[in-house]
Design a protein. Structure first.
Length: 558
């Protein structure tokens, strides 16, 4: 009965076995399927098992397990969970492209009837060395054959000490760009074997360090993906680490330089009061002239007023790291992001052991390769340039040459929240400007669109808790537990918009983004994010907290 079904389905028999979705299945394996003739997933299960022990593009599949829904997975060191709602084949593999290099990856393959015919790569965040199973789950739920890697190392948490990089340049290269590229090649080959046909389109989505990976793919490996969504990309990992160190230095310059969370909240409230538009948010911080001296303590001291040392520190944080002669190394944080500084800078220490994200380990173990190095040794006139020379080629996707990606028809969507508390938002504006300067706005619009989102924090539109950053709703990033009753559309979901652009030639011009940050006092609203250089303008009537009452206009429009 199974054989008759396979013949009707067009399966190909060979002398020693049969080919199921690209994998040769031996008679003993067929017997397993025969015991479940009434199970519609029996063939998919057998084909999944056949992947185990095979090699594709130099990568070995160590395990292949067929999983029935519901399947729940967790984010590392967090209560965040994701649930897979479709049956899928979980292929776990590894590849060793160089000495001391060991890249672990997973490809999650929806059962054939659930596959949309497309391939998806997903990234991770921080210095994370682990499999991002939450985004794998969402990719599979959407119907994609989905790949991610551990970035070539293992970490205890998203922001580890980077000890894995000490004396191991090949692991730095893996983390910078090689791991995901090699994983992508292997993942596509595995998908081809499982489904017996290649994916029709390949997409990538990631934010923060995952956004960095997306930019690396566009610049270094333009043939890997047809479309890329890069959220809050770190265009220079080296300079981002320098910006973190600069912020810690500013907040520890004197015993009275650090900020309390109350003061961070007061700063954001004052900045919004000074510069907010009709949406109640700072729609473009580039036009905001708020000065923290407005909150400097007078004769009466309060928990939210600022000392002169704190005012100096905040001005430095807004300005970003610079040399003593004023040369800008990297942008500072935008006005309107202050409440989010709690995440990295609520507690800071002058010795560098607290405050910031991954910078301390990067400078210790990658730049100087000295576990005893301290913040006091950092010379902003000399050391950031040295770090850039040593590590930039491996870690920094800051090339403004996207021509190879554009010529093959690739499409790139970048989004960045103006209230980003980790990766300064101005970095995306500056990168976009340099790309446009190579040609023209009209030319760049054919393959690269940038969307700056008022009020949006780092990678998460809706922030319920600054420590967990749990998003809800189909918005710009790949979400794990979005409200399924709200459909994914090109207007509210970046990956859906990217598919429409790649497959139908319809470029996105705007997104309606749900934004709220209860700890920062931002109540629920939707905002309109426009493709740069267009700006959102209130139409003059209706609720200004609703994106439907806004439209996008070019700078020269009335």
């Amino acid at each position: 009965m199974v054989i008759r079904k396979l013949i009707r389905a067009g399966r190909i028999f060979v002398a020693s076995g049969i080919t199921l979705m690209g994998a040769t299945v031996m008679p003993s394996q067929l017997a397993v399927a025969a015991t479940s003739t009434e199970d519609p997933l029996a063939i998919a299960m057998t084909a999944c098992a056949a992947l185990e022990g095979t090699t594709y593009s130099g990568a070995r599949v160590a395990a292949a397990t067929f999983v029935r829904p519901p399947y729940t997975t967790k984010w590392m060191n967090s209560s965040r969970t994701g649930t897979v709602r479709v049956p899928f084949c979980r292929a776990e593999g590894y590849v060793d492209p160089a000495p001391r290099s060991h890249i672990v990856f997973e490809v999650w393959l929806p059962a054939p009837l659930r596959w949309n015919g497309r391939f998806l790569g997903v990234g991770a965040g921080g210095s994370m060395g682990a499999i991002n199973t939450l985004d794998l789950a969402d990719g599979v739920n959407r119907g994609f054959a989905t790949i991610t890697t551990d970035n070539g190392h293992r970490s205890p948490g998203p922001r580890d000490g980077n000890q894995w990089a000490l004396g191991a340049h090949e692991r730095i290269v893996d983390f910078g760009h090689r791991a995901h590229h090699i994983g992508t090649l292997a993942g596509k080959a595995i998908a081809n074997a499982y489904y017996h046909r290649a994916p029709t389109y390949a997409y990538y989505i990631g934010c923060s360090q995952g956004g960095k990976t997306g930019m690396m793919e566009a610049q270094r490996y333009p043939d890997d993906y047809d479309g890329i969504v890069a959220g809050a990309p770190v265009y220079s990992w080296v300079n981002e680490m320098t910006q973190q160190a600069w912020t810690v230095r500013a907040l520890t310059e004197t015993p009275r330089s650090s900020l309390s969370v109350q003061q961070m909240q007061a700063l954001q409230d004052a900045a919004i009061q000074r510069c907010a538009g009709r949406s109640g948010l700072i729609e473009d911080p580039r036009r905001c002239d708020f000065d923290p001296a407005q909150l400097q303590c007078g004769p009466t001291i309060s928990p939210t007023c600022l000392t002169a040392d704190q005012v100096t520190a905040i001005r430095k944080i807004y300005a970003g790291p610079r040399t003593t002669n004023g040369r800008q190394i990297f942008p500072g944080f935008a006005r309107g992001s202050e409440r989010g500084w709690e995440q990295f800078y609520a507690t800071v220490r002058a010795d560098g052991t607290e405050g910031g994200g991954s910078w301390y380990g990067v400078y210790r173990h990658m730049v100087f390769e000295d576990p005893d190095w301290t913040l006091q040794q950092l010379d902003f006139d000399r050391d950031p340039a040295y770090a850039k020379r040593k590590l930039g080629a491996a870690l920094d996707p800051d090339s403004d040459d996207l021509n190879a990606f554009a010529k093959r028809g690739g499409k790139l969507i970048v989004y960045h929240g103006w209230a980003d508390q980790q990766v300064p938002a101005q970095s995306s504006v500056e990168y976009h400007t340099t790309v446009v300067a190579r040609g023209s706005q009209a030319h760049v619009d054919k393959y690269f669109r940038l969307f700056m989102v008022p009020g949006m924090a780092h990678c998460a539109e809706e922030v319920f808790n600054p420590n967990t950053l749990i998003p809800h709703g189909p918005n710009l990033g790949l979400q794990t537990e979005y409200s399924q009753e709200v459909p994914l559309t090109p207007e509210n979901d970046a990956l859906t918009a990217l598919q429409q652009w790649v497959e139908h030639g319809l470029a996105p011009t705007q997104f309606s983004v749900s934004v709220r940050n209860e700890p920062a006092g931002i109540t629920p609203r939707t905002v309109l994010a426009c493709s740069e250089p267009a700006q959102a303008h209130f139409r003059g009537t209706g609720d200004p907290l609703d994106a439907k009452t806004w439209d996008c206009r070019e700078p020269h429009d009335p």
